[in-house]
Design a protein around this ligand. Structure first.
Ligand code: SAH
Length: 251
């Protein structure tokens, strides 16, 4: 069955954008997923096609009207997860992407200007998601990010079934580094273990690399893990100073 994305936006021409190319583009052409855009402006009743108004309480900018957003959503709010993209939302993660990929599709509301009247967000029980701690000028790029991360998890989109389960974040770990030919490039040699043909040694090296890089770069992710394997312990100078390293729960 085709996975269905609906994007409610004032700028439908921003879609599918990069999702028309490469993996996502081919998957769409093959009918793995479909996209429809809903232009908010089509739901404006007046002849100027006004969709926004000034904020109650004063302040700068304009706010998207709840009645118009609600009318635009009425045609696509059919039980699929309904997401409002906003910097005030919960951080979008790989776990959301996996959950969305397992549902029949997704409805995404893109804000513009100062954002969307809060009442329609509540009335439609939208899931508010942010793609990071910065402010974009509209939700369209955020919608593309959410869709890209989700679509590549749909069955049949990525070539190797394994790559999705081994990647960064799947196990709350960043991925190990990758190397390809030439084995010696400008005097930089690929780590010997990767040339050894010893699968168990390669696996253990990659696991230790993942754990060390996660501990060094993302102590927040590292601390969120339910256990920390002995493989990485003591492999990284200074690692012991990072939070939680003394509270290891060994498997
Ligand atoms: N005044 C708002 C920002 C509005 S930016 C605030 O301070 O929270 C305009 C629109 O861009 C938002 O309605 C939202 O849809 C989108 N947007 C901006 N930054 C985003 C982010 N980090 N994640 C998801 N959507 C974002």
């Amino acid at each position: 069955m085709t996975w269905r994305a609906s994007v409610v936006t004032l700028f439908p021409d921003m879609l599918p954008g990069p999702l028309g190319l490469s993996l996502a583009g081919r998957a769409r052409a093959a009918g793995v997923w479909s996209l429809d855009t809903v232009n908010l402006r089509d739901f404006a009743p007046d002849k100027h096609r006004t969709v926004d108004d000034t904020p109650f309480g004063g302040g700068s900018g304009m706010v998207l009207r709840p009645d118009i957003v609600d009318a635009a959503l009425a045609g696509c709010d059919d039980g699929r997860p309904l997401v409002c993209l906003t910097p005030r939302g919960a951080p979008f993660t790989q776990a959301h992407a996996a959950r969305f990929a397992a549902s029949p599709g997704l409805v995404l509301l893109c804000g513009r200007y100062e954002g969307v009247d809060q009442r329609v967000i509540e009335a439609r029980d939208m899931l508010e998601l942010s793609i990071g701690d910065y402010v974009l000028s509209g939700g369209e790029l955020a919608a593309l990010v959410v869709l890209d991360a989700t679509i590549r998890l749909l069955p049949g989109v990525m070539g190797a079934a394994d790559s999705a389960t081994e990647e960064s974040f799947t196990d709350a770990l960043l991925e190990y580094p990758h190397y390809t030919r030439p084995a010696d490039w400008q005097g930089r040699r690929v780590p010997d273990v990767l040339l050894s043909g010893h699968h168990e040694a390669v696996r253990a090296w990659r696991q230790a690399q993942s754990e060390n890089i996660t501990r060094a770069r993302r102590p927040d992710l590292w601390a969120s893990r339910a256990y920390q394997s002995p493989a990485a312990v003591g492999c990284q100078p200074g690692a012991a100073a990072l939070p939680n390293s003394d509270e290891r729960i060994l498997r």
